[in-house]
Design a protein. Structure first.
Lengths: 115, 109
């Protein structure tokens, strides 16, 4: 079964801490995405990547950075966590950039609480 | 601008039919997706429409009218396991997804 695996389901961090959220996919997908999901809001795109070592800002990149050193791994980094970054973080991947190939496969999510 | 709207919550009875609507405004369109998300789980793909009309997949069907900026997801013979949030997502001219806030569907026995 194809999978997108997020390393941590639940994290609790303190304000100012550096946070790493790891995501690995085993489908040889080109595209990888990081979203955050908050109640009452649609998924919001933080960063995405169409290739190794490539990254593009999404709609809400402030306070975040990403790393894609290998095709299968896409990491989200919070350099200095703040309470407004408390959220559910979803990683996703897709095959290509045509509409039909853009079906997303999501990881189970990482729920981050910043105290 | 672009925006996408769907009801926040709906309630339906086991065995019945429910229609979840999604309306959108966009300057460019490359299709509309529906995803299902059970509480605490990852969203999973349900359907994709790029042409007008109805796409049927078992108990689930999805409809699109591009001229009206309107889609719906139709769920028949509802089962308790259909209790979930249903996410509508529009793909714009740059192949970027714009997501609705999701509709929480509650199924009652």
């Amino acid at each position: 079964d194809v999978k997108v695996t997020q390393s941590s389901r639940y994290l609790v961090k303190r304000t100012g801490e550096k946070v790493f959220l790891e995501c690995v996919q085993d489908m040889d997908h080109e595209n990888m995405f990081w979203y955050r999901q908050d109640p009452g809001l649609g998924l919001r795109l933080i960063y995405f990547s169409y290739d190794v070592k490539m990254k593009e800002k999404g709609d809400i990149p402030e306070g975040y950075s990403v790393s894609r050193e290998k095709k299968e791994r896409f990491s989200l980094i919070l350099e200095s966590a703040s309470t407004n970054q408390t959220s559910m973080y979803l990683c996703a991947s897709s095959l290509g950039d045509s509409a039909g190939a853009n079906v997303l496969t999501f990881g189970a999510g990482s729920r981050l609480t910043v105290l | 601008g672009q925006n996408i709207d769907q009801p926040t919550e709906m309630t339906a009875t086991e065995g019945a039919i429910v229609q979840i609507n999604c309306t959108y405004q966009t300057s460019g369109f490359n299709g509309l997706f529906w995803y299902q998300q059970h509480a605490g789980e990852a969203p999973t793909f349900l359907s994709y429409n790029v042409l007008d009309g109805l796409e049927e997949k078992g108990r689930f069907s999805s409809f699109l009218s591009r001229s009206k900026g309107y889609s719906y997801l139709l769920l028949k013979e509802l089962q308790m396991k259909d209790s979930a949030s249903y996410l509508c997502a529009l793909m714009d001219s740059n192949y970027q997804l714009i997501w609705g806030a999701g509709t929480k569907l509650i199924i009652k026995p």
